[in-house]
Design a protein around this ligand. Sequence first.
Ligand code: TYD
Ligand code: MG
Length: 446
Amino acid sequence: MFVCQSCGTQSPKWMGRCSGCGEWNTLVEEVSGGEEPRPGLPRKAGRATPLPEVSFDEGARLFTGMAEVDRVLGGGLFPGGVTLLGGDPGVGKSTLLLQLFGHLARGRTLLYASGEESLAQVAARAGRLGIESSTLNLYAETSLEAILGEVERLAPAALAVDSIQTAGTSALSATPGSLSQVRECSARLIEVAKGRGMPVVMVGHITKDGMIAGPKALEHMVDTVLYLEGDKYRHLKVLRAQKNRFGATSELALLDMTGEGLKEVENPSAALLADRPLHVPGSIIGVAVQGTRPLLFEIQALTSPSAFGLAKRMSLGLDRNRVQLLTAVLERAARMTMGDRDLFVNVVGGVELDEPALDLPLCMAVASAYRGEALPSELAAFGEVGLAGEIRGVGSARARAVEAAALGFTRCLLPASDHKRLENPPRGITLHPVTRLDEALALLLP
Ligand code: TYD
Ligand code: MG
């Protein structure tokens, strides 16, 4: 049966346009059979349970052996939780998953189903990663029914499916990787995961337009969506929780791709600031909070006279509209004319950030680039900038200042309202509270 995803109209054959609502490209093949219970999950009607009688053992979570990954997961794999691990091809998803399962397999039976690589290929990689667990079962298979059969036989403590786009069920005629297959296979895996209390991690490739195939459908079905970011040419990768029913979102871990697989980065802020230039105009350190943890990022700005009177605004790592808006605020606050100047902004490390706390460091970097004067190299900054040029509080001030102090910064520019709420300010760092952007500029770029 083909069902319109927008209005629910059913049709026995595929059509480009739904006859019910007239939308284009909304018909997707689905398994018919409506109310009957699906195989693999007996539907028994139970009773609702009063909250205090629901038992949950925090110790039931599985720890992956990489503390950073566990933190992003919200404290290990949740029993029955389904995690989608997304990312560009070649970024290291299979490597990460195999490493995690290699560790989890100590003392537990696990199943790693790969539809992308042969057994020999997976085994060769496991050898390279130093995994030699006899309880880790590899299975090169694309048929969902076969994979679920092995789950039945082995009763593993966790299941990995690499990738959801290569898995297919015989219930549908569509080819693996199509939206209907991806959705149906995920739905079946989720049922089995919940039914058995077995965590499932599935890999999903992101298509070129930045979406996981089976677009948002998959994201809202699973419990946790993790993205592994970073390009092939950079050894530093970022693992980020896009959605997490069991923990904080936007939690982030830095991982380093080495010859022996991915390694946790011990001090992420230090790694991000490793090659920072000192005493150059247009560079400043901003303190962001990603999830529950403060992190230092270098923000760079460059301005140059624009050709043909068309001012360009380019940004890597920060939202371009935000950069444009803040440039306008800055023009007024600092009496700068940016109309005939190109502006390029970059967050070093290839990380995408959308935290308003980076407004103030961004404005300072642009002003410093414009004036050709360097900011003090021992300075870190955070704060949101409003349209009137006011500096707004962003919270977590103490954690941010402590992180800056820990990395040797001795001065910190911060919103006055955050400073007022700060009890017990950290030692070793001089705080400069500001209420307006022009005040910050007068202080640091007189
Ligand atoms: P892979 O996990 O296959 O990526 P994905 O599953 O996301 O498509 O790994 C991609 C790259 O990682 C590959 O080009 C080789 C590199 N790599 C290392 O640098 N070190 C290692 O130990 C391993 C296993 C892979
Ligand atoms: Mg892979």
